[in-house]
Design a protein around this ligand. Structure first.
Ligand code: MG
Length: 376
């Protein structure tokens, strides 16, 4: 089998995802989704596509490594080059699974579980009050989720010093604690609650927040400091009983090496359709497993990218929970033909059909596509 063509489409959801479709001389196609690479990713995929035309699509890891090697001097360490590689890699896995008549997880080594537990990213309340956060938390838990996440970094807080300074002020800290307290009280002790700070705060501020929310028994506090300085992350981790999670802005195994080896976090959250792809994501999870660190991938993709992440999540022992960020986007249901719906009581049962195992609805996707870009 040989790759004959690679085409793309950009479809709206959490921003725009880039969908990658790979064609072969045997008529089998593979479809992948990648996200957060920006406008240049489609051009990168086109260039990488020229490179792998004529090659055997079943050599997934080899093709991924060939592209990475070729792009080493053009930014292949991190960022949108890796994101473009990721979209291709996921499409290759879908194609390989279809060609071999096996679900992707089977090609990744088989599954440790049948269902993937999701946490619902609620972002915030309808307004900025703790009551609104609590109400939102109750709504989502009533949908069946047993794990949820909220943001507490508020750039518009009247207590902030200015747009660029991210030292936490006493008023801001009190606001944060009130929100977390309201959410915990609303959902009770048995629902897992994660809180995101989006990598914005300085180290001392992060430590103050981590200590101030200790009593609420969080699943984790996410990116309390920016992602580049692993020593600062470690200092925050050691400062309190609040578990720390990071990784959505790191790329490939090498990007995760320091974070894992220094045990600077309690949980890692690579974004598989952005930072690494399915095979590399599995390798990152395996590295973390050596240090007894669980995997909780970041994920803002639509149903295709989410299912792709699920295939890696079932294939590693140390999976904890996967993000789902589409609670306010009803077109989730339109983009795949799934009956019953993919998500049942906060879990996804990973499909047993060949490839990624979902029927992507291109007619529906076209309604949400960027009109100024190709649609496959
Ligand atoms: Mg985050």
């Amino acid at each position: 089998m040989k790759i004959t063509d690679i085409k793309t489409a950009e479809i709206g959801g959490h921003g725009y995802s880039l969908f990658v479709k790979i064609f072969t001389d045997e008529g089998i196609e593979g479809l992948g989704e990648c996200i957060h690479g920006g406008d240049g990713v489609a051009m990168l995929v086109a260039d990488m596509g020229e490179m792998i035309k004529g090659r055997n699509p079943l050599d997934v890891d080899r093709l991924f490594e060939s592209i990475r090697h070729r792009y080493i001097f053009n930014g292949a360490l991190a960022g949108n080059v890796v994101t473009a590689m990721t979209g291709i890699e996921i499409a290759l896995w879908d194609l390989a699974g279809k060609a071999m008549g096996q679900p992707v997880y089977r090609l990744l080594g088989g599954k440790f579980r049948d269902r993937i537990r999701l946490y619902c990213d609620c972002h915030a309340g309808r307004d900025d009050s703790p009551e609104s956060y609590a109400e939102r938390a109750k709504e989502v838990v009533s949908m069946g989720f047993n794990a949820i996440k909220f943001d507490i970094d508020n750039a518009r807080s009247p207590h902030k010093l200015d747009e660029f300074n991210w030292s936490v002020t006493p008023g801001e800290l009190a606001e944060m604690v009130d929100k977390v307290s309201a959410v915990r009280e609303a959902v009770g002790p048995e629902v897992d609650v994660a809180i995101d700070m989006h990598g914005r705060y300085d180290t001392h501020s992060a430590i103050r927040v981590a200590q101030a929310v200790e009593e609420f028994n969080l699943m984790w506090l996410e990116e309390p400091v920016p992602p580049e300085n692993v020593d600062a992350m470690l200092e925050v981790k050691r400062s309190s009983r609040t578990p720390i999670c990071a990784g959505e802005n790191l790329y490939l195994r090498w990007g995760f090496r320091d974070l894992i080896e220094k045990q600077a976090v309690d949980v890692i959250m690579p974004d598989l359709p952005k930072c690494c792809g399915l095979s590399e994501g599995r390798k990152i999870a395996n590295m973390a497993e050596v240090y007894y660190i669980p995997l909780a991938p970041h994920n803002v993709c639509g149903p295709l990218g989410t299912i792709a992440s699920c295939h890696t999540c079932v294939s590693v022992p140390n999976f904890l929970v996967l993000e789902w960020h589409w609670v306010d986007r009803p077109h989730w249901q339109e983009l795949v033909e799934a009956d019953p719906p993919l998500i049942q009581d906060g879990y996804i049962t990973v499909p047993d059909r060949p490839g990624l195992g979902v029927d992507f609805n291109e007619d529906a996707a076209r309604r949400y596509a960027r009109t100024d870009r190709p649609f496959f």
